[in-house]
Design a protein around this ligand. Structure first.
Ligand code: PMP
Length: 357
C-alpha cells in the first residue's frame, strides 16, 4: 500500500479512480470514452453542467459569480488577472507570502504598478502578515493573496476586507478543503491538480461585476468574457479533467460536503502537528498561528537526518514527502483525498524514527 504525499498533482480518492476505471472505455453505455467525446455533444454538456452545479452547491457560490473551466494552470491566471482587472488605476496590492505570490507579482508588474503592502520574506515566509497592520491602497484595482502557501505550509486565518477594493485569491492548494464565504472574495482561482482532479484544468470563480472593467483588445482566449459567454466552451476544454473533477466533487458531496472535509482535514493535520509540538527531533517550519491543514512542513534540523527519514518513509510506502527544493526538509501534503490511515502511518514512522535517532 502506497500513501502519496505529493504537493501536486496530488492523491485522488480511490473510489473516484475506480469509478473512472469502470467508465474508461464505455461511459454510460455511449460506446465511447469521455476522452473521445465531442465537447459539443449533449453527453459532455451534461458532464460540464453537472460539474459546475456540484461546485456551486459545495462552495455555495452565489448567482452573481461565474464559474469558468480554463487551461494554462494557476500560472496563466497570474497574467490573466492583471490583463483583465488591473485596468482602472493600473495598480494593485500584493501580500507577498512566497514563491506563488512572487511569480504573480512579476506578471502583474508587466501591466502596471505592484505595491507589496506586506511580506513575510523576512522570516523565510513562515507566517502570514497581520492584516490589521497593513495599509492597503484605496486606489488599488485589487488585492492579491495566496490563501494557502503550498511550499511553506502557511494559510490565512483573517482576510483583508475592503468594500471598495476587490480581493483576488489563489486557492490552488486550499479550495474545497475548508468552508469559505465566497462573498468575501471577488475572484478565486485554482489549478485542479490538488483538491479538484487531474492537472490540465484551472477553475476561476469570478464576480460578474468585475467583467465590466475588462478592456477591449485583450486576446480572445485571455479575456474572461470569452469563457463566460461560451460557458467555458469557446474552444475544446480539458474534457477528461472536467469529467474527473465532477467525480471528485460527487465524492466530496458523499463524504458530507466541504464542512465534513474541513473536520477530517483538521483531524489529520492535528495528528502531525501534535507530534511535532511534542517532539525533540522534528520541528515545524511554519508559525503555529498560520499552519496549513493541507501542507505540513517540518524538518529534523539536520539535512542528513532529513534524507535518512525520507529514504525510510519511501521504503515504508510513504512517498513524495520531500520538502520543496527551495525550503528542504519534509512536506506532507494531506489533501482531501489523503486517508486518515496514511497520516497515522506517517505519525507512527515519525515516532519510531525519533526513538531510533
Ligand atoms: N499557486 C499555488 C498556491 C500553487 O501551489 C501552485 C502549484 N503548486 C501554483 C500556483 C502554480 O500552479 P500551476 O502549476 O497550475 O500553474
Amino acid at each position: 500500500m502506497v500513501y502519496n504525499f505529493s504537493a501536486g498533482p496530488g492523491v485522488l480518492p480511490k473510489e473516484v479512480l475506480n469509478k473512472a476505471a469502470q467508465e474508461l472505455v464505455d461511459f454510460e453505455q455511449t460506446g465511447m470514452s469521455v476522452m473521445e467525446m465531442s465537447h459539443r455533444s449533449s453527453h459532455f454538456q451534461e458532464i460540464i453542467d453537472e460539474t459546475e452545479s456540484l461546485l456551486r452547491e459545495l462552495l455555495e457560490i452565489p448567482e452573481s459569480y461565474h464559474v469558468l473551466f480554463l487551461q494554462g494552470g494557476a500560472s496563466l491566471q497570474f497574467a490573466m488577472i492583471p490583463m483583465n482587472l488591473m485596468t482602472v488605476n493600473k495598480t494593485c496590492d500584493f501580500i507577498h507570502t512566497g514563491t506563488w505570490t512572487g511569480k504573480a507579482m512579476k506578471e502583474a508588474a508587466n501591466m502596471g504598478s505592484v505595491n507589496v503592502v506586506a511580506s513575510s520574506e523576512d522570516a523565510a515566509f513562515s507566517y502570514i502578515p497581520l492584516i490589521e497592520e497593513i495599509n492597503f491602497n484605496e486606489d488599488a484595482d485589487y488585492i492579491h493573496i495566496c490563501h494557502n502557501n503550498t511550499i511553506y505550509g502557511t494559510k490565512y486565518i483573517d482576510l483583508p476586507s475592503n468594500d471598495r477594493v476587490p480581493l483576488v485569491a489563489d486557492m490552488s492548494s486550499s479550495i474545497l478543503s475548508e468552508k469559505i464565504d465566497i462573498s468575501n472574495f471577488d475572484l478565486i482561482f485554482a489549478g485542479a491538480q490538488k483538491n479538484i482532479g487531474p492537472a490540465g484544468l484551472t477553475i476561476v470563480i469570478i464576480k460578474s461585476e468585475l467583467l465590466k472593467r475588462i478592456p477591449n483588445g485583450v486576446p480572445t482566449m485571455l479575456d474572461y468574457r470569452t469563457h463566460v459567454e461560451s460557458g467555458s466552451l469557446f474552444n475544446t476544454p480539458p474534457t477528461y479533467s472536467i469529467y474527473m473533477a465532477g467525480l471528485v466533487l460527487k465524492w466530496i458531496k458523499e463524504m458530507g460536503g466541504v464542512a465534513a472535509m474541513e473536520e477530517y482535514n483538521a483531524q489529520k493535520a492535528k495528528l502531525i502537528y501534535d507530534l511535532i509540538d511534542n517532539s525533540w527531533l522534528f520541528n515545524g517550519l511554519a508559525m503555529r498561528a498560520y499552519r496549513s491543514t493541507m501542507n505540513v512542513t517540518f524538518s529534523t534540523g539536520s539535512q542528513s537526518l532529513d534524507r535518512k527519514f525520507l529514504a525510510r518513509a519511501t521504503e515504508e510506502g510513504l512517498i513524495a514527502l520531500n520538502g520543496h527544493k527551495s525550503l528542504g526538509g519534509m512536506r506532507a501534503s494531506i489533501y482531501n483525498a489523503m486517508p486518515l490511515e496514511g497520516v497515522e502511518k506517517l505519525v507512527e514512522l515519525m515516532k519510531k524514527f525519533e526513538r531510533e535517532n
